[in-house]
Unconditional design. Sequence first.
Length: 104
Amino acid sequence: MKTKNKMVGAGIGLAALAAAGTYFLYGKRGAKNREAVTAWALQLKGQVLEKMEKLTNANQEAYNELVMETVERFGRVKNVSASELKLITADLKSAWSHIDRELK
């Protein structure tokens, strides 16, 4: 039973990962996002998605908290401007509606 639950959780995590990535690159501002994506943005997004796979209670509040924790830590470690971090944070947070649809 535990193995089945882990497999279901992994499947949900992968679906959410795909939804978030697709929205970020091909959503309303996808063309603009693709132009602006740099190595640090991909690293940040990857870290958020990795942590999201481990998220046991997948809801918007938990997702937004995870995004904020990751962004704050990333902002201290990397040389990224506040305006760039604000833009990527808004994009990551707005992806929740698309992720939520994939989870249902």
